[in-house]
Design a protein around this ligand. Structure first.
Ligand SMILES: Nc1nc2c(ncn2[C@@H]2O[C@H](COP(=O)(O)OP(=O)(O)OP(=O)(O)O)[C@@H](O)[C@H]2O)c(=O)[nH]1
Length: 379
């Protein structure tokens, strides 16, 4: 899959000596505004002077309508409702299977992206509504790795700001973002969306100042103190987790946008452009190291198989005899065998006739209960 891309250096300029486009992968909880955001950044890039139309890919098979014209649309290849019917799946299983099927052809999509790399500055991927379908599936990982090994890539994690104003909810969302960052190791931008209806300033403050977050948690009150006024288990857990997150925030850029009004979109692109350097500095060496390691492992595996084969060959007692017919040696061997067999070989064939053949492997298979197996009957 990604093999076709692994030989391409993401750093290499394209044929016209132009830098490779940056791929923006938009990820976010259901309803956080991913599609609206992609539409907004798409129209922003079109409105620049000169326009910089991006290459867009829709990977959400279940989206009813896309408010932009994607260059590659998973829905053109796979009808997810048909997948549901054929494989007898529910909606999430259908979306996941559709994505899996699409991933088997992703090398072709990558080829299309490579072809257009000279003409565009940005490529944008919109992912399925249910976040875990992309972030916790093999297909999501394959697509992300394939793209990131060919192009500078950044994750835009869309946060539904109005739904994240409570400190505990905010923390849950950040823990999820943190897991994606550590899974992909790609440059990461937190995009606080829907800022036309909720101000993300308190959240930005929580990210900068650990104590401010602790205060907000304490102010939330419920479940934080027991009857004696001591901190509860929940409160201690939240405090420890917020300490972990404090480290995570240091690795992040955060921007506030409104996909609805377009506010904050230029700042978002400033953050995206800044990640190119980060990608080249941090991600690329890691990618090259992983590729070398993979190659080394493969070579080691091949060597091990070859040496095992050679060993087997040298231990094979017939090896010496192969090609050298020595009747005297064979007679000797036969005599030895006859001596060995004396008194040990009980031939029942004359007494009981031919014995039925039993496939022990099949008979012993757990759970078969012996059904369908013809056991020999006594007598
Ligand atoms: N007020 C406001 N509403 C927004 C904004 N961005 C998106 N929305 C609304 O949020 C809802 C969800 O937006 P979508 O773009 O469909 O979100 P999504 O994450 O792609 O949704 P799924 O893919 O279905 O999970 C829609 O009703 C949008 O109109 C915004 O910046 N401000």
């Amino acid at each position: 899959m990604a093999s076709s891309s692994s030989t391409i250096s993401p750093n290499e300029p394209t044929s016209h000596n132009k830098k490779k486009p940056i791929v923006i992968i938009t990820i976010g909880m259901a309803g956080s505004g991913k599609t609206t955001f992609v539409q907004r950044i798409n129209s922003y890039l079109h409105s620049l002077d000169p326009p910089k139309p991006p290459y867009t890919l829709n990977l959400d098979p279940a989206v009813a309508s896309v408010p932009f014209e994607p260059n590659v649309d998973i829905r053109d290849t796979i009808e997810y409702k048909e997948v549901m019917k054929q494989y007898n799946l529910g909606p999430n299983g259908g979306i996941l299977t559709a994505l899996n099927l699409f991933t088997t052809k992703f090398d072709q999509v990558l080829g299309l992206m490579e072809k257009r790399a000279d003409e565009v500055d940005y490529m944008i991927l919109d992912t399925p509504g249910q976040i875990e379908i992309f972030t916790w599936s093999a297909s999501g990982a394959i697509i992300t790795d394939a793209v990131a090994s060919s192009f500078p890539t950044v994750i835009a994690y869309i946060v539904d700001t109005p739904r994240t104003t409570a400190p505990a909810t905010f923390m849950s969302n950040m823990l999820y973002a943190c897991s994606i960052l550590y899974k992909t190791r790609l440059p990461f931008i937190l995009v606080f969306n829907k800022t036309d209806v909720a101000d993300p300033a308190p959240m930005m403050e929580w990210m900068r100042d650990f104590e401010a977050f602790q205060e907000a948690l304490a102010a939330e009150g419920a479940g934080m103190r027991d009857g004696d006024g001591d901190p509860t288990y929940m409160s201690s857990l939240m405090n420890s987790m917020s300490l972990v997150l404090d480290e995570f925030y240091k690795e992040l850029k955060a921007v506030s946008v409104s996909a609805y009004t377009g506010a904050g979109i230029p700042e978002f692109f400033e953050a995206v452009d800044a990640t190119r350097e980060e990608y080249e500095r941090d991600y690329l060496p890691e990618l090259e190291r992983a590729a070398k390691q993979r190659e080394k492992n493969l070579r080691a595996k091949k060597d091990a198989t070859l040496s095992r084969f050679m060993q087997d060959l040298s231990m094979d007692p017939n090896r010496e005899k192969m090609g050298k017919w020595d009747p005297a040696a064979m007679d000797e061997e036969e005599e030895e065998n006859e001596e060995d067999d004396d008194g040990e070989y009980i031939d029942l064939s004359e007494e009981k006739g031919p014995q039925p053949r039993v496939e022990i492997e099949r008979a012993r298979r757990p759970g078969t209960g012996g059904v369908g197996i013809n056991w020999p009957r006594p007598g």
